[in-house]
Design a binder for this molecule. Structure first.
Ligand code: SAM
Ligand code: ZN
Length: 140
């Protein structure tokens, strides 16, 4: 009998998943220049009803009419954590979400972007932001 084996997705070149202060995170295994396009954030398009009832941590509002759920394993951008002083930003180009470097990124740096006020107020602030800037403030 034939058994279906699901292929384990491979992390794109130049990136690795690793432990971060906020759970798992996505790290650079090479330097990226400011302005460089790093990775696409992709996922299944969901309906408005699903968006309102979903408990997924991976929803991304692409536009007023389109939200995606990036929970699938192949979407390695889903490991990128939120930071108050991020080194990346998401940009929507022709309906696709790209994560671009907004600073020069060194080998070993964790990639971060600002998830936006709504997500931060709902999912990050109630438990405390664990980004590097906030962690440094906490030990002062
Ligand atoms: C898209 S996931 C990011 C990857 C996640 N760290 C993991 O291990 O799968 C978003 C979730 O990560 C956590 N997270 C991301 N940035 C954070 C931050 N700055 N402080 C605290 N938690 C954060 C929150 O639980 C958030 O809902
Ligand atoms: Zn923070």
């Amino acid at each position: 009998m034939e058994t279906k084996t699901e292929k384990k997705p491979v992390c794109p070149a130049g990136l690795r998943v690793g432990k971060s202060s906020a759970g798992l995170g996505l790290f650079a295994t090479r330097a990226f220049k400011k302005g460089e396009r790093i990775i696409e954030y992709f996922g299944r398009e969901i309906s408005k009803e699903e968006e309102y009832s979903s408990k997924s941590k991976y929803l991304f509002e692409v536009s007023n009419r389109k939200t995606i759920d990036g929970a699938e394993r192949g979407n390695f951008a889903r490991y990128i954590n939120c930071a108050c002083k991020p080194n990346c930003e998401p940009n929507v180009v022709r309906g696709k979400v790209w994560i671009d470097a907004i600073k020069s990124i060194k080998l070993g740096d964790e990639l971060t972007y600002d998830y936006g006020e709504e997500y931060v107020n709902e999912h990050i602030k109630p438990f405390g932001c664990k980004c590097a800037t906030c962690a440094a403030k906490a030990v002062k």
